[in-house]
Design a protein around this ligand. Structure first.
Ligand code: ATP
Length: 640
């Protein structure tokens, strides 16, 4: 060790060091200035939490509008789900989802220790979120009643969410904090639910920011500076008002039933009227001018009149001079889609409605299924009037719409379970009915039943729609072009399903397939330009409106004239309809020829020149259809 080190050690052990320690000990401690760090969650909470909570709004809105856009709402209604239960079920579902979302929101906030959640009284927070969620759902119902397009409503929903948050933070907050802004003005702004939500969150955020760090309790609601009490009152009143208005608008606008805005007053009136006119079959509207109708059609009208007069409810369906006129739009005149239809259908009958495009078939089915109201006239289903008792009719009605109305995300089995439940099937009976139904339309094997309907082919969707229309043993079923888009094998299978189903129920089906009409229908009606042109079973119609044999013969081209001469000798009024390189087709009036004469003529021809092929067929339904449609189109200026 060197000299310098020794000197340093002596200094440390000496009295100087002791004095230094004493001095430090006596020195006053520096004042630790306690800077209160503001709670971050409370600073930014009102804006972010507003966004988080509002995010549920477009979700609920989208779901409601989706059901409307896809006409699933109407489908559910047609299978017996009334407006009241639909609203209650949907409301309860959205409320449950919203409450779970809010409880998770509060739980996560509390677990990570955000003062915003931990300091304020939990019961106040819960009541606040509960009331707001109810108001938000009611508002979603209200907005949904004005939209029918999911994309548009989703876009508007998200714009509302983000716009509301930004406006609240940058504008509404400055009003709250500005003492010169009147309280009334603030209350007025809070009538907009997004601002009342922001105000509530803003108030909850104020307490953790105060230095004493005591959260909001129920007593604080009496504090004049605290806006939470106003928020509670506004939200509760608004919740009920918005819900009521939404229900009224929904009844008038979106149910498709064309109700009057004063429908709730009409309901009381209807009850009074109904009690005066039981049993319900009563003559409605003016008597149609029968003399213009064909005999089969006028016979049907007479039958309907008798049934209505006798108040006879033995028939499953009685249409009494049903008319539908669509109002003119964009300068177009009004459209007379159904110009007076009378029809009586006993149980167990399958009635086929044939007609060219635009004849009015879908309009007729729409009236029968409650999609639109008749302009005049009415129909009775097991004695129940379609104008006033549609909800009762729905409980025993099945419907297969022209376009499949299915939930993309539900499986085939889930669809049938849902609609089966609506038809009051429960437990084992429901399971059995669903399984049988899936098997009957060939959707059971290979796990197809548990695939989402969105992944089904067109034919599978069609078969599911038919299965839905038949589940729960409905007494009356409407099928709008049930086999459209099916391959021949699936179509034949579906026909068997319908044939079995028609045994104990009345079915009305529309179709463009003559083959389908002949296979399935006990009676047919050809409907052209809003009027029934003829009614009868397929054989009768062919006999009545056909009256022709179609004779075809194929020879070499140089013998064509000889064939023509033989045919003219056989039937002087024969009409040649086709000729191409030796093949000729003739229509022979039935009153001029017998089948035996045709055979003789063919034998004669064969003895004179080579005959490659020949054939004679009775008139097909297609021939009848074309003939009737053409005749009706030629004289289509009937009065309504
Ligand atoms: N909502 C409506 N508003 C105005 N006109 C309508 C409306 N719905 C249908 N129409 C018109 O009423 C007529 C009958 O239409 P409808 O759809 O009932 O015929 P359709 O026989 O079912 O035809 P398709 O066989 O093509 O389905 C058509 O001229 C149609 O343009």
């Amino acid at each position: 060790m060197n000299k310098a080190s020794n000197a340093y050690l002596q200094f440390l052990q000496g009295p100087g060091t002791k004095m230094l320690f004493e001095f430090v000990k006596e020195m006053p401690k520096p004042v630790t200035n306690v800077v209160s760090i503001p709670d971050l969650s409370s600073l930014i909470g009102p804006l972010f939490f507003t966004w988080i909570i509002l995010l549920l709004f477009p979700v609920v809105l989208k779901s409601l509008v989706y059901e409307k856009q896809q006409k699933l709402r109407i489908m559910m209604k047609m299978h017996g789900l009334g407006d009241g239960p639909y609203w209650m079920i949907s409301y309860a579902y959205f409320l449950a989802v919203s409450l779970i979302y809010m409880l998770l929101f509060m739980a996560v906030g509390s677990i990570i220790g955000l003062k915003f959640f931990t300091i304020n009284d939990y019961s106040i927070q819960f009541v606040f979120y509960f009331i707001y969620m109810n108001l938000q759902i009611a508002a979603a119902f209200l907005v949904a009643s004005m939209f029918s397009n999911v994309k548009a409503c989703t876009a508007i929903g998200y714009i509302l969410v983000f716009g509301t948050g930004l406006l609240a933070e940058n504008l509404f907050r400055s009003f709250i904090e500005d003492a010169s802004v009147s309280r009334r003005g603030i209350i007025l702004l809070q009538l907009y639910p997004g601002f009342s939500l922001y105000r509530g969150l803003y108030e909850l955020a104020q307490y953790p920011l105060q230095e004493k760090r005591v959260g909001m309790g129920w007593d604080d609601l009496n504090d004049n500076q605290n806006g939470m009490r106003e928020v509670f009152i506004i939200m509760v009143i608004e919740w009920f008002v918005v819900l009521f208005v939404a229900y009224c608008i929904d009844q008038v606008v979106s149910s498709g039933s064309g109700k009057s805005p004063l429908f709730f007053l009409q309901r009381i009136r209807k009850k009074k009227l109904a009690s005066l006119r039981r049993p319900s079959l009563q003559r409605q509207g003016s008597k149609v001018s029968v003399q213009m109708e064909k005999s089969d059609v006028s016979h049907e009208i007479e039958m309907v009149e008798r049934l209505v007069l006798e108040q006879n409810t033995s028939h499953a369906i009685v249409c009494d001079n049903l008319k539908k006129v669509y109002p003119g739009r964009d300068g177009n005149p009004e459209k007379f889609a159904v110009k007076g239809l009378s029809l009586a259908l006993p149980p167990g009958e399958c009635f086929g409605m044939l007609g060219p495009n635009g004849a009015g078939k879908t309009s007729f089915i729409s009236m029968m299924t409650g999609l639109t109201k008749p302009t005049s006239g009415t129909a009775y289903v097991h004695g129940m009037d379609i104008r006033t008792q549609m909800n009762d009719i729905y409980t025993s009605m099945g419907f297969c719409p022209q376009h499949d109305l299915l939930w993309e995300t539900l499986t085939g089995r889930e669809h049938l379970l849902f609609y089966g439940r609506l038809k009051n099937l429960k437990g084992r009976a429901l399971m059995q009915a669903v399984e049988e139904s899936l098997k009957s339309v060939k959707l059971f094997d290979g796990g197809i039943a548990d695939k989402q309907a969105g992944k089904y082919s067109g034919g599978m969707k069609r078969r599911l729609s038919v299965a839905i229309s038949l589940i729960g043993d409905p007494k009356v079923v409407y099928m709008d072009e049930p086999s459209t888009g099916l391959d021949p094998s699936s179509r034949n299978h579906l026909w068997n399903v319908i044939k079995t189903a028609k045994q104990d129920r009345a079915i009305i089906l529309t179709t463009h397939s003559m083959e389908e009409a002949e296979v399935l229908c006990d009676r047919l009606g050809i409907f052209v330009d809003g009027r029934m042109q003829c009614i009868g079973n397929p054989k009768e119609l062919k006999g009545r409106h056909g009256g022709l044999y179609v004779f075809t013969m194929t020879t070499s081209w140089e013998h064509e004239e000889k064939v023509e001469r033989i045919v003219q000798k056989l039937s002087p009024n024969a009409n040649k309809t086709y000729r191409l390189s030796g093949t000729q087709k003739f229509e022979l009036p039935k009153n001029e020829v017998r089948i035996a004469d045709v055979f003789q003529a063919v034998e004669f021809a064969k003895s004179r020149f080579p005959v490659f092929a020949w054939g004679v067929v009775d008139t097909t339904l297609e021939d009848v259809f074309v003939k009737v449609a053409a005749a009706a189109a030629a004289s289509s200026s009937y009065d309504i």
